[in-house]
Design a protein around this ligand. Structure first.
Ligand SMILES: Cc1ncc(COP(=O)(O)O)c(C=O)c1O
Length: 515
C-alpha cells in the first residue's frame, strides 16, 4: 500500500494559489515493516481562514487506517519539536517531504536550525594567526605565528629530497591501495630506527610497538586514547607552557592533565627546580609529557645532565615518560643529537611513549605523516599494545594515508637521499640559527636600556619565547604587522635576515612602551 502525502497551503484570503510541497512518489518503509508502498491517493489540505478542507482522492479507506493517522500525528509531533507547534505555521513550511513517518525520519526543510544552540568557536590561537596575516597588506608584515619553515624570501619550501623521492615513486607506478591499519611497514621500520638508532636494544629485541599516525597530532591522539582506555584516571603532566594543542588532545580524549613548572619568566629560562618538584609531587604512575627537543613554545631544552635528573625522578616515582618529538634534526641539525633525550630514557630500560612528526624536518606539513612508538619491557607486550593501537585507529580513520609514508621510507631507506636530507636539514636549521643570531645582534645594538637579550641565543629550534606579554604581543601585530601567538612566541623559521632589524625595532618598542 503506498501513500504519498502532499501538503499544500493557499495564501490566507487568497483563492486559487497553487499548492506547494510537490508530491513525491517513493518506496518507503513503514515503522520497520519492509513494505513497498504504491501511490494510491492524493490528499490536499486547504487551509483557508480558520478552516481546513480536506479533499480526498482515491482510497478513502486508506485515510481511515490507523497507520495513516499515526503518520500524521508523528509529523505534527516532529514539527512541534522544532519549535513550531502552531499548526498553520507548520503547514506553511517551505516544503515537507515525509518518509518513514512512523520513525519520524523525515527530511524537513525548516527555517529554525536545530544547530541554533551551537555557538561560534574561537579561531585557533596558532592557525588563526595565519588567517589574520593573509588579510594584512602592509609590506613589512611578518608571519611568525605558525611553525613552518620559510626560505630567505619567506616562501614555503619543498625539500629537494622530497621531490626526488616523489619522482622515484612516480617512476615505479605504485598503486593507491589501502594501507594496513598500522601503516606502511617500510615506514614504521624506518621511523623507529631513526628515533632509536637501528642497533638499539629496543629495536633488536622487538620491544617497540610502532603505528603510523596522522602526523604528530594524530599520533599523540592515539596514545591519549590508549591512556584513557587502559590507564583510567591516570594523569598526564604537561609543561607550563606547552604547545597549544596538547591540552585540546587530552581534553578531547578525556584524559586528566595537570601542569608542571617549566618556564621561568625572571630568567626567560628553564625553571628546573620547579619542574623536578612538580614531577615528584605528582601521583605515582602519572604520564610525563616531555618535548624531546626544541621545546615548543619556549625553545628552552634541559641540558643532558638535567635530562638525567628528570629520568631519575620519573623512575623513582614510577611515572611513564611520554615524549613528543616534533623536531628531530631540526633543533640542532643532527638527527642523532635531537633524539638523545629519548635514547637516554630507552637505555635505562624504561617503558615509554614517543610521538613523532615529519611535518617540520621533512617539510611534510600537509601529508600528515608521523608515528606513535610505545617501548615495552617485552616483545610480547609490544605486540599486544600494537594490536590495541590498531583497534583505536580503525574506527577513527580506518587506515593512514600512504603518500607521506612512502616519502619518508624512500628518503630514510636510500643512503644517497638520506645523506642529502641531512644536509638540507642542516641548511634549514642553519638559516634559523643565523636569523636568531642576527635578531640578537640587532636587539643588543638598538636597545640602550641595558636589557640582556642573550636568552634568545640560548633557545633552540624554530621558536623564540620573547617574554612579551599579551598586550605587548598585540602591539607587535596592531602597530608593527608582526603576527605571532599571544604568549610571546615567535617562529624564527618565518623570519628573513632582511627583516631582523625591523623585528628588533618592533620588539624594543613593544617591550619598553607597552606594559
Ligand atoms: C610540540 C609539538 N608537537 C606536535 C606537533 C604536531 O604537529 P603535526 O601534527 O603537524 O605533526 C607540533 C607542531 O607544531 C609541535 O610543535
Amino acid at each position: 500500500m503506498a501513500v504519498v502525502a502532499s501538503f499544500g497551503v493557499h495564501g490566507c484570503g487568497g483563492a486559487g494559489a497553487s499548492h506547494r510541497g510537490g508530491a513525491q512518489t517513493e518506496t518507503v518503509t513503514d515503522g520497520g515493516l519492509s513494505m513497498r508502498w504504491y501511490r494510491m491517493m492524493w490528499c490536499r489540505w486547504w487551509l483557508h481562514g480558520g478552516g481546513i478542507c480536506l479533499m480526498m482522492s482515491e482510497a478513502w479507506s486508506e485515510i481511515q487506517s490507523v497507520r495513516w493517522w499515526v503518520s500524521i500525528f508523528n509529523l505534527v509531533k516532529a514539527n512541534s519539536m522544532l519549535g513550531t507547534s502552531n499548526h498553520s505555521t507548520f503547514l506553511a513550511k517551505d516544503s515537507i517531504r515525509a518518509k518513514s513517518f512512523t520513525r519520524a525520519s523525515m527530511n524537513v526543510a525548516v527555517k529554525v536550525s536545530r544547530f541554533n544552540d551551537i555557538t561560534m568557536a574561537p579561531p585557533d590561537p596558532i592557525l588563526g594567526v595565519s588567517e589574520a596575516f593573509r588579510a594584512d597588506t602592509h609590506e613589512m608584515k611578518l608571519n611568525l605565528g605558525v611553525g613552518a619553515y620559510r626560505t630567505e624570501d619567506l616562501q614555503p619550501y619543498v625539500l629537494s629530497v622530497v621531490k626526488k623521492a616523489e619522482t622515484l615513486m612516480l617512476d615505479r607506478g605504485e598503486n593507491k591501495e589501502y594501507l594496513p591499519i598500522e601503516g606502511l611497514d617500510a615506514f614504521n621500520k624506518a621511523t623507529a630506527e631513526l628515533l632509536f638508532g637501528a642497533d638499539n636494544a629496543v629495536i633488536q629485541q622487538q620491544r617497540v610497538a610502532t603505528v603510523q599516525g596522522l602526523s604528530g597530532t594524530g599520533s599523540l591522539r592515539l596514545a591519549a586514547v590508549l591512556i584513557e582506555r587502559y590507564f583510567p584516571g591516570s594523569k598526564v603532566l604537561i609543561s607550563s607552557p606547552t604547545w597549544g594543542n596538547h591540552k585540546n588532545i587530552f581534553n578531547d580524549a578525556r584524559v586528566p592533565w595537570s601542569e608542571y613548572r617549566y618556564y621561568d619568566p625572571k630568567t626567560v629560562g628553564l625553571d628546573f627546580d620547579g619542574m623536578i618538584a612538580d614531577i615528584k609531587a605528582a601521583p605515582e604512575g602519572s604520564f610525563v609529557l616531555l618535548h624531546g627537543c626544541a621545546h615548543n613554545p619556549t625553545g628552552i631544552d634541559p641540558t643532558s645532565e638535567q635530562w638525567e635528573t628528570i629520568a631519575d625522578v620519573i623512575q623513582e616515582k614510577n611515572h611513564i615518560p611520554f615524549f613528543d618529538v616534533a623536531y628531530q634534526g631540526f633543533a640542532s641539525g643532527s638527527l642523532d643529537e635531537d633524539a638523545s633525550s629519548v635514547r637516554l630514557f630507552a637505555a635505562r630500560g624504561m617503558e615509554l611513549l614517543i610521538a613523532q612528526s615529519y611535518s617540520k624536518n621533512l617539510g611534510l606539513y600537509a601529508e600528515r605523516i608521523g608515528a606513535i612508538n610505545i617501548v615495552c619491557s617485552s616483545s610480547d607486550a609490544a605486540q599486544r599494545v600494537k594490536s590495541q593501537l590498531k583497534r583505536i585507529a580503525r574506527p577513527m580513520y580506518s587506515n593512514p594515508p600512504i603518500h607521506g609514508a612512502r616519502i619518508v621510507a624512500n628518503v630514510v631507506g636510500n643512503p644517497d637521499l638520506f645523506n642529502e636530507w641531512k644536509e638540507e636539514m642542516e641548511l634549514m636549521a642553519g638559516r634559523i640559527k643565523s636569523v636568531r643570531k642576527k635578531l640578537y645582534d640587532s636587539l643588543s645594538a638598538k636597545d640602550n636600556s641595558g636589557k640582556d637579550w642573550s636568552f634568545i641565543l640560548k633557545q633552540i629550534g624554530m621558536f623564540s619565547f620573547t617574554g612579551l606579554n599579551k598586550a605587548q604581543s598585540d602591539n607587535m601585530t596592531n602597530k608593527w604587522h608582526v603576527y605571532m601567538t599571544k604568549d610571546g612566541r615567535i617562529s624564527l623559521a618565518g623570519l628573513s635576515s632582511a627583516k631582523c632589524e625591523y623585528l628588533a625595532d618592533a620588539i624594543i618598542d613593544s617591550y619598553h612602551n607597552i606594559s
